[in-house]
Design a protein around this ligand. Sequence first.
Ligand code: MG
Length: 203
Amino acid sequence: MKIIAVGRNYAAHAKELNNAIPEKPVIFLKPDTAVLKDNKPFYIPDFSQDIHFELEVVLKICKEGKHIAEKFAHTYYDEIGLGIDFTARDIQADHKTKGLPWELAKAFDHSAAVSSFIPKTELPAVDDLTFELWIDGELRQKGHTADMMFSFDKIIAFVSQYITLKKGDLIFTGTPEGVGQIFANNHLKGSLAGHELLDFHIK
Ligand code: MG
């Protein structure tokens, strides 16, 4: 499986990092070795002094497809969960300045914390999902899928023009504003439409 991630999909987040609002989705990949499951702890790697959390809604692809039409895109995912797109912001900032790719900042081991998944049928409409990240009891990020610049269906249609989607692939759909640094002993809790899905510690 692979992880496809969208950058800058919430305007307020793009602004907080001084990024332009994109005309097309900004896409990057994480390998399967990035997955961190079952609410296991995240260990801060020694190559970064500034690991950021980015809470995102995650789609699980349920069948293979390429060149998927936007109107059929909703049939390509049937479960939704939450993830943290851990980002080495110091490495990313350095690589952005130099025009280099982001992989070392985004694709390192365990940089994709993923929750359990909920069937779409048990959730509100996909454009009406509220999601929240609490750190040490404080609300740090609160997003709503209606604020996405590119909807789930638009992301799937766009990505599948370039990359075949396969069953089990995950799509991280972008983070709302409020990203920040994590520190050892932080306790992260994430909820999607009232379902508490993420509950793990930073070490
Ligand atoms: Mg992200």
